[in-house]
Each structure stands twice: as structure tokens, then as C-alpha cells.
Design a binder for this molecule. Sequence first.
Ligand code: SF4
Length: 226
Amino acid sequence: MEELKLPILAIERLRMLTDGEGVTTLVCSMGCPLRCRLCINPYSWDGSKPVEYLSVDELYERVKIDNLYFLSTKGGLTFGGGEPLLHSAFHAAFMEKYQSTGWTFNLESSLQAPFENIERVIPYISFYAIDVKDMDPVRYKQYTGGDFGIFFDNLMKLKERVDERKIVLKVPKIPRLHKGDEQKESEEKLRKLGFSNVALFDYVDPKDRKKLTENALQNREKLFTD
Ligand code: SF4
């Protein structure tokens, strides 16, 4: 069988209490099925960045430098993206092999993948940070270009399988898309569905933070024209 390799977008060390407990390293992988109009990581899908591939053991070699921090703070790795669930076979293989380290494993995801990809990683994940975008199917489509039904079905299936206290739902207030109470409406819908950890935050237009590529700029213009 061909060796599993993860296309790496970025590896960020020494994050504190941002996802789950303790000190974590964020491992971002390439690829995303969505095209959020104000995408924070367009390099994950617009082909502008050279890609480095790491095997399970090569990733371990890269992140083990923080082993003592992880163990002393109950931290570990967070898998993000892009959409990390596109590579869940890799992540499951990594966690299976290295669960004996005692590290915790977290997932940051928009749940845009077949549910079998999610099922694969459930046995190993301690904490889920779910990027909700918007609970209105029309606005969701307008903003992400993706199918709200896939997100919603996966979210409800995840809730059936996992203690919901392990799930944090991140609900952004998105510039230009949200002009009124849309963020609050999404929060209320999620609470009615039985989710207790709903985190509201103001999304900052990435253009205000970094230079964007031509592809990303064209993609964001669709927020004004669609
Ligand atoms: S989910 Fe949206 S913001 Fe995140 S990488 Fe994909 S397109 Fe960009």
C-alpha cells in the first residue's frame, strides 16, 4: 500500500489555550472544498504555494520538539486546514501510531467531508472546534459556495457520537455578509439543537491582515456580485 503523506500548509508551534487544553501545535493541511469569500487561508486551495508532503513519521519528527510542553500542560496537536478531514486517513494513522505519546489531539474543521472521514478520527479526538460560518442555508451557500446540508448532517451525526461538551461551535460575525442579527440567529438555532458551547467572534477581513493572491481577490469579489 502507498505510504500516506500529508500536504502541509503550515505548522504553528506553542499555541496556548486556543484549542482544548494546554500548549498545542497546529498542523494545517492543504486543500478545502469551500471557497469562503473572505477566506483566511486561500493558499490552501489557490495553488499559489509550493506544497511539502510529510509522512506520519516525518510529521512526528517535526512536532516532537514540544513533547515536554504537551505532557506538562495536557496539550498536543490540533489538526486544521484548509479542511483537515480531506486527509482523515492520514490523521487517523498518525493518532493510532502516536497515541502512546500521551498527547491530546484536537480537530478544527468545517465538517465539509463525507461522514466516514469524520468517523475515522472520532476515537482519537479530544476536542472539536467547528467553524459554523452561518446557520442559514442560503447565506451559507452565498458565503462559502458549499452545501449547508453536508455541514448540518455531519454536525448532527457528530453530536450523536460524541459528548457535545467536547464540541465548540465557532460562529463569526462576517463583514459585509452580516449586517444585523444574523450571528445571534445562528447562535439561537445551535442552542435549540442542544449545543452548549457556542463561541461568537468578530471575523476580521484577511485583506486587512495580509496580502492576498489574485485568485483569492477574485473569489472575495463574489460576495458583492452574487
Ligand atoms: S473553510 Fe473557508 S476560510 Fe477555511 S480554508 Fe476553506 S475556504 Fe478558506
